[in-house]
Write a protein that binds this ligand. Structure first.
Ligand code: SAM
Length: 281
């Protein structure tokens, strides 16, 4: 590692997602050498720094003050200082504040330096067995049921693995909606409490998630990454037909919706009916 002060700029530093041992050697070095640390939550990051034996002036840059925070940081960097940005856990700007800050600092003409490290999404993917091809990071689904189901319907035809974050109090309803909208036969990889003492990794079909949740009181506690396998065989025509059938089924009985959708798209009524039925099982 180098010694001495760092060039002025913004150092975007990933921190552990549960296991302190996952801090990188380079993150430690940079956190020791920067002039200040900007943090999503100064209490959380203050504790992390103290566990690492580091004491630095802290300032808060969270989602609701990211723009003003960015302006303040730009002034600090203009004065020749180096500033690290950390969020509560994992990689900043990944379902976390940081993106606007990065854009503003770079836009003002200053250095932005990434320090890679833990991120729950990539950690889960690495042991999911579903990461061989392309994947899409969908982050948190909307909390309200209708918006969540619509978001899932728009992701349904994509031929790539889908990666979600979810909070424990919503995991049951989200898993139920995934089975309903994405189809009960798709595989899901559930990563709970990654890198922590009670880490749990489980793979199953979406149809089986309710049984898994019921199997232990702990299964609805902690932090979750959900990786769902992508749609393998759906063609764009089938995806569009499914969309039309679903829209029609909002107003009509499923058999009529399937019949009309089949007329519009030229696909078989039975196929579209089966699709609608599968989603309402
Ligand atoms: N920026 C972070 C990252 O790089 O992973 C994510 C921040 S986001 C606000 C927090 C969410 O990430 C949690 O609700 C959970 O879905 C997921 N997460 C974070 N740590 C996790 C862990 N140890 N195990 C499983 N999921 C985790």
């Amino acid at each position: 590692m180098n010694e001495g002060p760092l060039p002025p700029g913004l150092y975007v530093v990933a921190t552990p997602i549960g296991n302190l041992g996952d801090i990188t050697v380079r993150a430690l070095d940079v956190l020791k050498r920067v002039d200040r640390v900007a943090a999503e939550d100064t209490r959380v990051s203050g504790q992390l720094l103290s566990m690492l034996g580091i004491s630095k002036p802290l300032l808060s840059v969270r989602a609701h003050n990211e723009q003003q925070g960015a302006e303040k940081l730009i002034e600090i960097i203009r004065n020749g200082e180096s500033v690290a940005y950390v969020t509560d856990a994992g990689t900043p700007a990944i379902s976390d504040p940081g993106s606007r800050l990065v854009e503003a600092v770079r836009g003002a003409g200053f250095l932005v330096i990434p320090l890679p490290g833990a991120s729950a999404a990539v950690t889960a993917l690495s042991v999911s067995g579903l990461s061989g091809g392309p994947w899409l990071f969908a982050g948190f689904l909307p909390p309200k049921a209708k918006a969540r189901q619509e978001a899932l319907a728009s992701l349904k035809p994509l031929p790539c693995s889908l990666v979600f974050y979810e909070a424990p109090h919503r995991v049951r309803e989200t898993l139920a909606d995934m089975a309903r909208v994405l189809g009960r036969n798709r595989r899901i990889f559930i990563a709970r409490e990654l890198t922590k003492q009670f880490e749990e990794l489980a793979v199953m079909k979406l149809a089986e998630t309710a049984v898994w949740l019921d199997a232990s009181d702990f299964h609805e506690k902690g932090e979750f990454v959900l990786v769902v396998e992508g749609e393998e065989n759906e063609t764009p025509v089938m995806a569009e037909a499914g969309r039309i059938a679903r829209l029609l089924a909002e107003e009509l009985p499923a058999s009529q919706a399937a019949k009309l959708a089949a007329k519009i798209t030229g696909l078989r009524k039975s196929e579209l009916y089966a699709l609608l039925m599968q989603e309402h099982e």
